[in-house]
Write a protein that binds this ligand. Structure first.
Ligand SMILES: [Mg+2]
Length: 311
């Protein structure tokens, strides 16, 4: 069915819109060709979204196109790379033109914002599964690694925490609290590409929050062989997330819910003046292993609390 015509060429090839000088050859041959500028390293990442696992059936395809690209660009942002080009692989139950056009619209509106070229792809038939591979450039030796946090670094997060988690709880019917901020963050997160580039000059370690702060900051701590203490009162929370916590007492939600795609990064104290204002200091890297939280003066093990919360 899909072999009768090439879905990628029909819905996604835009020969007039190659924007990058690095794209030597785009869609249309067996491979794309890229040239890597002198002094740069190529950053590569891939993320797959499966219907029923990563998104609900009947999700707005324009949102899916946006989010699939956003989650990949967010991984480039977290290493401090500038997005360059992407590959797209779609497994589709059938060729639905209306769905594909809406998906492409969401995908390209974000691709155009970051001047990312779609340089190739593939389609097959099967359960709805969406994959992007993203390629970016980072100045040689300047990437932000999970393993670079140092004792004494301050821990920062961009934006606010828990909005996407609140959106998911609403879609799951677990809260009646309707929040447009939460739904926007859940459906169409905006990757922090500019922030990643900015902080790559001075930050030590960085990760994007895809699985929740406890888990993602945990990756930094493990790979840097350090611990941390987070200050509950310093967490940036939207009014709607605060209202949810007030209603339910579920104060762990913004720490454990994923999908916000904000950046969490560590900065040495002498360089904190360089951190942009929309980032918030939430804690400090410590020598003692583990992740702790200071809640109203009481310090406790945060990973243990998060574990109890889920079991
Ligand atoms: Mg990531």
């Amino acid at each position: 069915m899909l072999s009768e015509f090439n879905v990628i060429e029909r819905f996604f090839a835009r020969p007039t819109s190659i924007k990058k000088a690095s794209t030597v050859l785009g869609i249309g041959d067996d491979c794309a060709l890229l040239s890597i500028p002198e002094g740069y390293e190529l950053a590569l990442t891939t993320d797959t979204m499966v219907e029923g696992v990563h998104f609900f059936a009947e999700t707005n395809p324009e949102h899916l196109g946006h989010k699939l690209l956003a989650v990949n660009l967010s991984d480039l942002a977290s290493i401090g790379a500038k997005p360059m080009s992407v590959l797209l692989a779609l497994t589709l139950p059938r060729v639905n033109e209306e769905w594909l056009e809406a998906f492409a619209k969401g995908f390209f509106s974000l691709a155009d914002e970051f001047s990312v070229d779609l340089i190739g792809g593939d389609t097959t038939s099967g359960s709805l599964t969406l994959t992007v591979q993203a390629l970016g450039l980072v100045a040689r030796g300047k990437s932000l690694l999970r393993s670079n946090a140092r004792v004494g670094d301050f821990i920062y997060v961009s934006g606010s925490l828990g909005n996407a988690g609140l959106g998911l709880l609403f879609l799951q019917g677990k809260t009646a609290l309707q929040s447009s901020v939460a739904m926007t963050q859940f459906n169409t997160p905006h990757p922090r590409v500019d922030l990643g580039l900015k902080i790559s000059i001075f930050a030590h370690a960085c990760i994007d929050i895809s699985d929740g702060l406890v888990g993602d900051l945990g990756h930094i701590l493990k790979q840097s062989q350090v611990g941390a203490c987070i200050d509950w009162l310093a967490l940036p929370l939207s009014d709607d997330v605060r209202a949810y916590i007030q209603q339910t007492g579920d104060w762990l939600m913004p720490l454990t819910a994923g999908d916000d795609y904000e950046l969490c990064f560590t900065v040495p104290p002498e360089l904190v003046a360089l951190v942009p204002q929309y980032c918030h200091k939430i804690g400090v890297i410590e020598e003692r292993k583990g992740l702790r939280i200071n809640r109203f003066g009481l310090i406790s093990d945060l990973v243990g609390k998060a574990y109890e919360h889920f079991s």
